[in-house]
Write a protein that binds this ligand. Structure first.
Ligand code: HEC
Ligand code: HEC
Ligand code: HEC
Ligand code: HEC
Length: 154
């Protein structure tokens, strides 16, 4: 009996060969270099994750240039709140000393983020004021020094 290869078989073989080569070429370009070095992941991601960019300096760094403010703060109720809680990440400013590199909070809403009336917070934990009643129309800083809130400004 004559061995008969149906005509579609060679065509399928060619089609498969093309798809497999395309797959191998695509894989070569798409799989990151260090993939599989230690396991089923990109090995370089370990290094990326171990080197995040630094944003916070820690308040000890602020004292080098702003000891006066720390001395004020230490006298009053905000003493336990670190500088960067209110001023945001300060690493860039510590390196540059530029005013533009540090956030200077302002407005009633800012102080209100901690002190606004909030039924979910016990009043024994933090003093709360009603933003709609407490000296409306004036900025908190006009009366309270943010670094020494009970030393009222005249
Ligand atoms: C190497 C010295 C230095 C260090 C460290 C430093 N500062 Fe300053 N800071 C300055 C100088 C100088 C100015 C005044 C810049 C100006 O007026 O142009 C300033 C200004 C500021 C201002 C006022 C910005 C404004 O818009 O007026 C804030 C707020 C401030 N610093 C917060 C911080 C905090 C928070 C830290 C710690 C994360 C810090 N600083 C660390 C030198 C420093
Ligand atoms: C409770 C929030 C809060 C904390 C904590 C805080 N600040 Fe401020 N700071 C403010 C606000 C609000 C202003 C803006 C005051 C204004 O505009 O009158 C300010 C202003 C400043 C200024 C500008 C100059 C001035 O006296 O107005 C500097 C410098 C500064 N802060 C540094 C610091 C440093 C350094 C620390 C930590 C030792 C710190 N701050 C902690 C809220 C805070
Ligand atoms: C990150 C949260 C936070 C922010 C922002 C903040 N405070 Fe405070 N404040 C506190 C804490 C904590 C205390 C100490 C606990 C207490 O007595 O409420 C306090 C205490 C006070 C007190 C004394 C309350 C009392 O009866 O003893 C005043 C006044 C005050 N803050 C004013 C301000 C003003 C004005 C601003 C904005 C410049 C501000 N605070 C921003 C957390 C904050
Ligand atoms: C016109 C001046 C003035 C302004 C503006 C002002 N305060 Fe006061 N604040 C006072 C005085 C005076 C007291 C003490 C008497 C009282 O409780 O009213 C006080 C008390 C407080 C207390 C303690 C409340 C308590 O029950 O002991 C907090 C917290 C406070 N203020 C936060 C703020 C915040 C936040 C702002 C801005 C949204 C602000 N204040 C704006 C004058 C002011």
């Amino acid at each position: 009996m004559k061995f008969y290869i149906p005509p579609q078989i060679p065509r399928l073989v060619i089609a498969f060969a093309i798809f497999i080569s395309l797959f191998l070429v695509a894989r070569h370009f798409l799989v990151p270099d260090t993939f599989g070095k230690y396991g089923h992941y990109r090995a370089a991601s370990l290094i990326d994750n171990a080197n995040p960019e630094i944003h916070y300096a820690g308040q000890q760094a602020c004292f080098d240039c702003h000891q006066d403010i720390e001395d004020l703060k230490a006298k009053d109720v905000h003493s336990d709140i670190h500088c960067e809680v209110c001023h945001g990440p300060g690493e860039k400013h510590v390196l540059s000393s530029e005013a533009a590199d540090i956030f200077k909070p302002s407005g009633r809403e800012f102080c209100g983020s901690c002190h606004a009336l909030n039924a979910a917070k016990p009043k024994s934990a933090i003093f709360q004021i009603d933003l709609n009643k407490h000296n409306v129309g004036k900025n908190c800083n006009e009366c309270h020094n943010p670094h020494q809130p009970w030393e009222m400004k005249k």
